[in-house]
Design a protein around this ligand. Structure first.
Ligand code: NAI
Length: 242
């Protein structure tokens, strides 16, 4: 029961990696896990300590209202996982301003929004763990992903900034990121099989990652076992980036 008594907020928690993290935290005894997403996942609501909540990470008014309600009911938030993310890929010559803005708004500003409302609650309590989902693309770039790479690189910079900023007055509020490699989720299912196979071939472990692989990393960073880990970018990619 590594998450006993913890109140957790996971964005993009209705499916894919986010859903895996939500279920993992709940299994490990979290008091409540909020799966915040554009969509409700009714299956999650069947689990006693999970609440599927409709929340758009770009809607600052809705975030404030949600956070106020959680604090009113539980008086704290221990863990924030900034996981919601989208892709709108194109070579820069063909990338529309709309595609640039949309990805920046969700993947970068959404992380800023959620953290800006939740970090002060953690700082006040003197403890907390913020985990943001970057990507290997944020470190090494990727053809067709100017917008996405910019956001995932930005997540790394914000993660390191917050590791310094939130603990200034001795608060044990940690900020870390996970940089997944290629993980089997609805996001990557949209990619052509030929490309997925060629990627798996390049991974030293010769396979794509599972949602469970990322959920386990998130569990470590959320739990007190990582209480001296701060400002780190944990690669979970089968050794693709070394
Ligand atoms: P996914 O597309 O399966 O799930 C993303 C979830 O985020 C969806 O449920 C979606 O409704 C939600 N979402 C989208 N916009 C939102 C918004 N404005 N507000 C709230 N929720 C919103 O994606 P997946 O694969 O599970 O990815 C999760 C995170 O991991 C993303 O940040 C992604 O960039 C990152 N990642 C994924 C990798 C992969 O191979 N699957 C690799 C590296 C990073």
């Amino acid at each position: 029961m590594r998450m006993e008594d913890k109140i957790c907020v996971v964005t993009g928690g209705a499916r894919g990696i986010g859903e895996g993290i939500v279920r993992k935290f709940a299994q490990e005894g979290a008091k409540m896990v909020f799966a915040c997403d554009m969509n409700i996942n009714e299956e999650l609501n069947k689990v006693e300590n999970i609440r599927s909540v409709k929340l758009d990470v770009t809607d600052r008014d809705a975030i404030k209202e949600f956070v106020d309600k959680v604090v009113e009911e539980f008086e704290k938030i221990d863990v924030l996982v900034n996981n919601a993310g989208i892709t709108k890929d194109a070579l820069i010559q063909r990338m529309s301003e709309e595609a640039w803005d949309a990805v920046i708004n969700v993947n970068l500003k959404g992380v800023f929004n959620m953290t800006q409302f939740i970090a002060p609650i953690m700082i006040k309590k003197g403890k907390g763990s913020i985990i943001s989902t970057s990507s290997i693309v944020g470190v090494f770039g990727n053809i067709g992903q100017t917008n996405y790479a910019a956001t995932k690189g930005g997540v790394i910079s914000m993660t390191k900034t917050w590791a310094k900023e939130f603990s200034r007055k001795g608060a044990q509020v940690r900020s870390n990121a996970i940089a997944p490699g290629f993980i089997k989720t609805p996001m990557t299912e949209a990619m052509p099989e030929k490309i997925l196979n060629s990627i798996a071939e390049k991974v030293p472990l010769k396979r794509m990652g599972e949602v469970e692989d990322i959920a386990n990393a998130a569990l470590f960073l959320a739990s007190d076992e990582s209480s001296y880990v701060n400002g780190q970018i944990l690669g979970v990619d089968g050794g693709l980036v070394i």
